[in-house]
Design a protein around this ligand. Structure first.
Ligand code: SF4
Length: 341
């Protein structure tokens, strides 16, 4: 896998010419993709390809509007170096701001937009994070996020996991990584060994479209699951990419077939430069109404939105049936012994 920086390098690799209207977008937000992910694009029709749309810029990124680069107020909720805490028992560690590709819908665009230096977590920052957890034993779960945490070497990942699990009150380590999707060869045997020997580790990945489930991506997930590592998936609802109910039904079905649990379906966050991907919450609810009667609960993710200004995650439930009607049927047909009534 080779990382290609800039539209010209990517266009050369794909054998296409760069549309002039994308040059201005690249000045505002850098463009990066890797040869593996680009190889999944349908070259007969790249402009409409769901993989293209996730990694290649769009002129609408420049339609400025009243949005922030940090709509979830992560910077305000930073409690130790690189550590964000919004919830009572969980925290998020930004282990690096490096990524092997730059997803156009990324809600941490602030970390990589033009001019931001690339930085990994330093030893003194890791020590400060562990001190924070020792002082706050009510925090039971850490999400290691980024950037792409697997841009760090296996040795560095091991060191971070060992440091975090040396804090007895930290029970769960969730590693959030898009590598199975965008860089499946990164899930090598050594890494799987490191992750499978970490106590309480869950792997959270990020497939958005069934086309991303290539043989290599499936093999990466299978090697994690076969090593006993629970794998969950979060999907972002993206206009023009995956906002067709049939597309998401297929994605969720194919994920559980390889024992990856669809965990969340998120509405896209209101980050500057991402608005063109927004579907509106009503569209997400329609998709839920379509999928719920067709899919088992194993395959159904929770649809959620992140409230602005760090208000937290809210799940949106959608009943696909008439609750009162079924309550009446239940109450008429099911007879409990009197003592239980
Ligand atoms: S890999 Fe994750 S952090 Fe990196 S650009 Fe994509 S969504 Fe953003």
């Amino acid at each position: 896998m080779k990382i290609l920086n800039g539209l010209d390098a990517i266009a050369d690799y794909l054998g296409i010419s760069v549309p002039e209207n994308l040059r201005a977008v690249e000045k505002a937000y850098p463009v990066r993709a890797n040869t593996y992910y680009l190889s999944q694009i349908d070259r007969n029709d790249p402009w409409n390809d769901p993989i293209w749309k996730q990694c290649m810029p769009h002129p609408d990124e420049l339609l400025d509007y009243d949005a922030s680069f940090d709509p979830l107020s992560e910077q305000e909720q930073t409690v130790a170096p690189r550590l964000i805490r919004r919830f009572y028992d969980r925290a998020v560690l930004l282990s690096t701001n490096r990524c092997p590709m730059l997803c156009r819908f990324c809600f941490r665009k602030r970390q990589w937009r033009s001019g931001e230096p690339e930085q990994d977590i330093a030893d003194n920052e890791l020590a400060a994070v562990c001190d924070y957890f020792r002082a706050h034993p009510e925090v039971k779960e850490i999400l290691i996020s980024g950037g792409e945490p697997l841009m760090l070497s296996n040795a560095r990942i091991k060191k971070i996991l060992e440091a975090l699990t040396s804090v007895p009150s930290l029970e769960i380590v969730r590693l959030g990584s898009r590598a199975p999707v965008t860089w499946p060869e990164r899930i090598d045997a050594e890494l799987v060994g490191i992750l499978s020997s970490c106590r309480g580790l869950w792997f959270a990945t990020h497939f958005n479209h069934p086309r991303e489930l290539s043989d290599a991506a499936i093999a990466a997930c299978t090697s994690l699951v076969s090593a006993g590592i629970p794998v969950v998936n979060q999907t972002v609802l993206l206009r023009g990419v995956n906002d067709q109910p049939e597309v998401l039904e297929e994605l969720f079905r194919r994920l559980i077939r390889i024992r990856v649990k669809p965990h969340y379906l998120f509405h896209v966050d209101p980050v500057k430069g991402v608005r063109h991907f927004a579907t509106g919450i009503a569209r997400g609810r329609e998709i839920l109404r379509y999928c719920r009667p067709r899919l088992s609960s194993l395959a159904m993710p929770t649809f959620a939105i992140d409230l602005p200004e760090g208000g937290g995650k809210v799940s949106i439930q959608e009943n696909y049936f008439d609750g009162e009607k079924f309550e009446t049927i239940f109450n008429t047909r099911v007879k409990y012994p009197e003592a239980l009534e």
